[in-house]
Design a protein around this ligand. Structure first.
Ligand code: ASP
Length: 588
């Protein structure tokens, strides 16, 4: 054994013990004739001390140590003179008796400490050095803990962990596929799974009624908004269940994860909100319910007073921002510019200041009497001291813009503490979504989602309004304004699945070519089934109180989808191209 203890282990109770440690030299400093070294491993940091009167050979060795040298030291545990209460080993130090240099290191390109001086790109290039830092070690340790909790919970519930293939055929999660050329089948390609959706459903047909997998998925999307081209799902499916069973099972899993990994109790049962209520009240299908500031429609109150902007639109809604009536002209102008940015997309912003003295000042005073302004403020539940912000336009679009504004204002007011957890289920999603541009329906979740049984008659109707009314037993698990997972009760009969492809404008031939295998499987006694998947990377990040998933993935890609450490993607040899029957159209 190279060590008797780790660098995070020894305490005052170990005083007097002879120990051997191994680790990396984080830093070394000389002070009053003594040499102090911080020795680090993933368990912590232990201070080593060599006093000036020590054996000259030992002293010389200690002085030769550079940052990140790997050493083994033996010595005695002493009580420290000046204790450091910020680290668990801060009451002791090791009086070094021998040093064995196990490996040297060139000077690292950035400091490897809690906070590094290295920029993001540099740290990505030397990811293995960045991973030595405590914040990343904590992140990966949390990820590990959560994965264990998931396995323990699901195993106890009778789920089987079954692997599904990576070299498959296109799956319908709505993103672009990554493809892999097949050398043995010239001119053909595998697609990497966007999710194991079809396979897990086939496992249900095969009778494995409780399946799960912590599995890599691949989606070739633009990497805005903290996405990774390969990411991990907790993928699950169950047979002979209704929505209620799925929600209860996975609520239980989340409850256990919160409890055992964070010591946090989440509400039991979790709140549920319909998709329609979420859109109407929060302007988002992933509402952040850590704070109120709900959206209120004021169309009827506001329309028809000669203000042409309002008179010409179908929806007018507002939010009351607590305590912001003091916003200055400049702040309001800045906020107006903010809502006009393409990311929000509003045309303008109307405000009402509800002054502390009970009076009102608004940007539309010309068109409304003080009583009318008050009525609008009341309708959005504004109190004295609040700032009412109003947007107008097409209903869902405006609600979405108000939702974005709400999140922004919630952030400004400090209402989005990452260590406060407000999970909920969003349920009753519409089955289909009409797209004006392509003039066709898209599946809101995916094409394997079943209509609610009570809406089936509309599902078989040819009228657009009927199809728009169909809801699904589809559900999302939402935490703090982020969708962490989602799923649905599936179609399990071949005829209904074919109807779905028809509604989505997928021709019989195309459906047969892409999904013939699953339609066919449904002819052989497919049980009723449903499931869901959670985005595991994001679960980890949110549990860790962080917004970005990158720190929770050992070797992530950057915003351009590149791994700058191994320099990938990269070109391949002509011979490899030839073998795969590929030709590039990119100019060298
Ligand atoms: N396959 C779905 C997804 O990746 C999840 C599910 O429906 O189970 O979003």
């Amino acid at each position: 054994m190279y060590r008797s203890n780790t660098c995070g282990e020894l305490r005052l109770a170990d005083k007097g013990k002879k120990v051997t440690l191994a680790g990396w030299v984080q830093k070394s400093r000389k002070l009053g004739g003594m040499t102090f070294i911080d020795l680090r491993d993933r368990y912590g940091i232990t201070q080593l001390v060599i006093d000036g009167g020590a054996d000259p050979e030992l002293l010389q060795k200690a002085e030769s140590l550079g940052r990140e040298y790997v050493i083994q030291v033996s010595g005695e545990v002493l009580e420290r003179q000046s204790k450091n209460s910020r680290i668990p080993t801060g009451e002791i130090e090791i009086k070094v008796e021998s040093i064995n240099i196990l490996n040297k290191s060139v000077t690292p390109p950035f400091t490897i400490e809690e906070n590094s001086d290295g920029g993001e790109d540099l740290r990505a290039k030397y990811r293995y050095l960045d991973l030595r830092r405590p914040p990343l070690q904590r992140a990966l340790a949390l990820r590990h803990r959560l994965a264990q909790e998931i396995r323990t919970y699901l195993d106890a519930q009778g789920f089987m962990e079954i692997e599904t293939p990576y070299l498959i055929k296109s799956t319908p999660e709505g993103a672009r596929d990554f493809v892999v050329p097949s050398r043995m089948n010239p001119g053909t390609f595998y697609a990497l799974p966007q999710s194991p959706q079809t396979f897990k459903q086939l496992l249900m047909v095969a009778g494995y009624d409780r399946y799960f997998q912590i599995v890599r998925c691949f989606r070739d999307e633009d990497l805005r908004a903290d996405r990774q081209p390969e990411f991990t799902q907790i993928d699950c499916e169950m047979s002979f269940v209704e929505q209620e069973d799925v929600l209860n099972t996975f609520e239980g899993m989340m409850r256990q994860m919160f409890k055992n990994a964070l010591g946090v109790d989440i509400p039991n049962p979790l709140p549920r909100m319909s998709w329609y209520d979420a859109m109407d009240n929060y302007g988002s299908d992933k509402p952040d319910i850590r704070f109120g500031m709900k959206i209120h429609e004021v169309t009827q109150l506001v329309k028809g007073h000669g203000f042409s902007v309002f008179d010409s639109c179908d929806y007018i809604g507002g939010i009351a921002v607590s305590g912001c009536a003091e916003y200055t002209r400049k702040q309001l102008d800045e906020l107006t510019e903010w809502v006009k940015r393409p990311q929000v997309g509003a045309k303008g912003l109307v405000y009402i200041k509800c002054n502390a003295d009970g009076s009102f000042k608004s940007s539309i005073d010309k068109f409304y009497s003080p009583e009318e302004v008050k009525a609008i403020a009341d309708a959005v539940e504004a109190k004295a001291g609040d700032l009412v912000l109003i947007l107008c336009g097409a209903k869902r679009k405006t609600q979405t813009q108000l939702g974005v504004l709400r999140i922004e204002m919630g952030g400004r007011l400090g209402l989005r503490d990452p260590h406060t957890f407000a999970p909920l289920w969003i349920v009753d999603f519409p089955l289909l979504e009409w797209d004006d541009e392509t003039q066709r329906f898209y599946a809101m979740h995916h094409p394997f989602t079943a209509p609610k049984p009570e809406h089936e008659q509309w599902f078989y109707s040819d009228k657009k309004e009927d199809l728009e009314r169909v809801c699904a037993n589809a559900y999302d698990f939402v935490l703090n304004g982020t969708e962490l997972g989602g799923g649905s009760i599936r179609i399990h009969n071949a005829e209904m699945q074919s109807r779905m492809f028809e509604v989505l404008g997928i021709s019989k031939e195309d459906a047969e070519y892409k999904f013939g295998f699953i339609i066919n499987a449904f002819k052989y006694g497919a049980p009723p089934h449903g499931g869901l998947a959670f985005g595991f990377d994001r679960v980890c990040a949110l549990f860790g109180g962080q917004e970005t998933i990158r720190d929770y993935i050992a070797f992530p890609k950057n915003n351009q989808g590149r791994d700058v450490m191994i320099d990938s993607p990269s070109r391949i040899d002509q011979s490899q191209m030839d073998e795969l029957f590929l030709a590039s159209t990119v100019e060298e």
